[in-house]
Design a protein around this ligand. Structure first.
Ligand code: ZN
Length: 318
């Protein structure tokens, strides 16, 4: 059988850990799920089912300014409807915790104490400082081309900003070069200190950042393999560097898959509703049709056809 995946799946058996390894599906409930999420889910569940992995569901609602409870409920409902069952932290466990107002181990908005403890551990090594900069302050000092990420220029690094003045905290990164072998894209070298500069762990509003929360949680949850879209490739080096500072001996393996694009080639965004699962469901699509649509748009099958959830493993099997 010929796959559109380009042959990279042939190397998975040798590159993945022994059966029993753990990966995660980790959406941020800042909107409704769309086909882009489903492309990720097809990779996560398909590879896990084909190679003896376990899927943890983690709700990355660390950004309290953008996440909403109805979006979280929507994620759980869509996963159930699709038949994508997490092995760890199943959807019912989140509903049960919510019903009684209890924290959930895999819901980031509940993990303030976990993140604070990690930050304290880094602070004990002199790696944390308060930062009073706004985005505008940083943009003025370190202007960047459109598409390039802004690098924090270290304005507060040696300014001894009081911890009482702001919630914002940064982690000192030295100029370590991180090398890794992506399971699909091959060898990469990244130097976080020159890409993003000292890492923001918590913002001015007191919200933990994606980079910090994810790295702490991947360590806490024992995530062995991270499967996510290419738009997060640049995050790998900084997450590995931070994980090492947090005491992680061996970083997770990483696999970055291609991103879903619209027919006109533009990147999928939540602002466009034509690929939202809610709307597609309302229009009468079946779970198998949507899984097939996602697999085809990801180049895993040559043409759109209904794909039962049980068939996802076949897309990646040796
Ligand atoms: Zn600053």
């Amino acid at each position: 059988m010929t796959r559109g995946a380009g042959g990279w799946t042939n190397g998975l058996a040798a590159a993945l850990p022994a059966p029993g390894w753990r990966t995660r599906f980790a959406p941020a409930p800042t909107g409704w799920l769309h086909l882009g999420h489903l492309v990720n889910a097809v990779h996560v569940w398909g590879i896990a089912r084909a190679y003896g992995g376990r899927v943890l569901l983690r709700l990355e609602d660390h950004d309290g300014g953008r996440c909403r409870p109805e979006y979280t409920a929507g994620v759980l409902d869509d996963l159930d409807w699709l038949g994508l069952a997490p092995d760890d932290a199943p959807t019912a466990s989140f509903r049960a915790a919510t019903a009684v107002g209890a924290p959930h181990d895999a819901r980031q908005s509940d993990q303030g104490p976990r993140y604070a403890a990690a930050l304290d551990a880094l602070a004990a090594h002199g790696l944390v400082y308060a930062c009073r900069c706004s985005r505008r302050d940083i943009a003025v000092v370190a202007p960047h081309q459109a598409g390039d990420e802004p690098r924090y220029p270290g304005l507060c690094r040696d300014a001894a900003v009081s911890f009482e003045e702001t919630f914002a905290r940064r982690i000192r990164l030295d100029d370590t070069t991180i090398t890794f072998e992506d399971l699909r894209l091959g060898a990469h070298r990244q130097q976080p200190a020159s890409q993003c500069g000292d890492l923001l762990a918590r913002d001015r509003h007191g919200f933990w950042t994606y980079q910090f929360a994810v790295t702490v949680d991947d360590l806490h949850h024992g995530i062995d393999v991270v499967i996510r879209g290419e738009d997060l490739l640049a995050s790998t080096g900084r997450q590995w560097q931070l994980a090492a500072l947090l005491g992680r001996a061996e970083p997770p393996r990483v696999l970055h898959h291609g991103l879903l694009v619209h027919a006109d080639g533009s990147k999928l965004s939540k602002a466009r509703h034509d690929t939202g699962l809610r709307d597609l469901r309302a229009a009468g699509a079946t779970p198998g049709e949507l899984l097939g649509e996602a697999a085809a748009r990801a180049g895993l099958i040559p043409q759109v056809r209904p794909l039962p959830v049980d068939a996802l493993a076949d897309l990646f099997a040796p």
